[in-house]
Ligand binder design. Structure first.
Ligand code: SIN
Ligand code: CO
Length: 394
């Protein structure tokens, strides 16, 4: 078991989101054009999408993250052509004696630990936050990668440190190798290839075959999107219905007739139960309520750190008035109309709080200023739960 480490205090490198430009990120096209022409349709390569981007994390700081209990990390090694996969948390010695070539360390959910990672992820908020998943960062020495594969989600691959060659293919043949611990393609026929340098970006739609091989010590930052399966969503919605539907009545059979086989399920019973099930109803508001909780629910390994000695409401209001307030990077706040969903919890908010709560959800922070009396108890409760904290986002 790895041990939890304190969050990284400062990024290592000089790139700041203050210099970020959406126009540059998308290579000069508007988000509208990107969505109409590329999103879920075709790849887009943008040279210098994030000029100066490079070393917010390095091998050492990523290895520190891979030792945390609350981070999802993987180590992929290729030894004599065989793919080996280990899952974290790792011990320092697991990561120290690795060979000079052909492995890759990947950490998911980096946006939860690195405020700058949270800001980078949300630079992609021209796509609804309900679709945004997380930021994964990988380190690989020369030759390292995870092999040719496809993902079921859209991904923006941003080159951090070093150089990586990406090969991509629109091939329909997506058969994967038997017995490999990762879904590696049996056959891969690259159609296009580029060497990415720090700050370059490659967008790939779902199911697009790709292979990234490190040319030098190399870090890749992947902004990924969530694609819940119909099976998962339907299963969770049925659980929601179970918790929220309150069917009334009892099974009854005043007209019961004696039957030839006592063990046979009576046809009238079948009809009555079928009618009961047919009476199950739900409306769009229930679907929206379910969806808000489902989408904002933290993943199972995510835990919040409530303040040990929280400020009382009045002192909290003074601090927020002076410093503003921001969501904890692990928090998910979504809304529809007057209903807000914070980390899987529903809140029906008063109209006078809507604008501020919508702004907090959209921008993940509120600027300094007086806190409305209806808003204060909501913000204070979330602060006590560790969902938000005083101070603006960097
Ligand atoms: C990586 O960072 O090596 C993997 C990213 C990907 O191919 O999706
Ligand atoms: Co991939």
């Amino acid at each position: 078991m790895g041990k939890p480490l304190s969050p990284l205090a400062k990024p290592v490198g000089p790139f700041s989101m203050a210099r970020f430009s959406l126009k540059c990120l998308l290579g000069g096209i508007t988000p509208e054009t990107f969505l109409a022409e590329y999103w879920q349709k075709k790849p887009l390569l943008v040279r210098q999408a994030l000029p100066g981007f490079g070393d917010w994390l390095n091998r050492t700081s990523l290895s520190d993250l891979a030792r945390r209990d609350d981070a999802e990390s993987r180590l992929v090694r290729f030894i004599r052509g065989e793919c080996l996969l280990d899952r974290g948390p790792f011990e320092a010695e697991d990561l120290a004696g690795l060979p000079k070539k052909n492995w890759s360390l990947l950490v998911s959910g980096v946006n939860h630990f690195l405020p700058e990672g949270d800001a980078l992820l949300h630079a992609f908020d021209f796509i609804p936050l309900a679709r945004l998943d997380d930021l994964m960062v990988s380190f690989a020495p020369p030759g390292g990668g995870v092999g040719p594969h496809f993902d079921s989600y859209d991904v923006f691959l941003i080159q951090g440190l070093g150089r990586r060659r990406w090969e991509i293919s629109a091939q329909d043949d997506l058969e994967v190798m038997d017995g490999a611990p990762l879904r590696i393609l049996k056959r891969f026929t690259p159609e296009q290839s580029w060497e990415l340098e720090p700050g370059d970006l490659l967008y790939l739609p779902p199911q697009y075959a790709h292979n990234g091989v490190a040319l030098s010590d190399c870090m890749t930052w992947s902004v990924g999107f969530r694609v819940p399966t119909a099976e998962d969503m339907v299963g969770n919605f049925l659980n929601y219905l179970q918790d929220n539907l309150k069917p009334t009545g009892l099974y009854s059979d005043p007209d019961l007739k004696r039957q030839r086989h006592p063990a046979e399920i009576p046809a009238t019973m079948l009809d009555q139960v079928a009618a009961m099930l047919k009476a199950i109803r739900w409306d769009k508001d229930m679907v929206a309520d379910f969806l808000g909780n489902y989408l904002s629910e933290p993943k199972s390994h995510i835990f919040f750190d409530p303040p040990e000695r929280p400020l009382k409401a009045a002192a909290f209001a003074k601090t927020v008035a002076k410093r503003g307030v921001r969501l904890d990077p692990r928090s998910q706040l979504l809304f529809r109309g007057a209903i807000f969903h914070m980390n899987g919890e529903r809140l029906a908010a008063l109209p006078e709080t809507h604008a501020a709560l919508q702004s907090l959800a959209d921008h993940r922070s509120l600027p300094p200023g007086p806190v409305d009396t209806a808003l204060l108890p909501i913000l204070h409760e979330w602060y006590v739960a560790g969902y938000l904290l005083p101070g603006m986002r960097g």
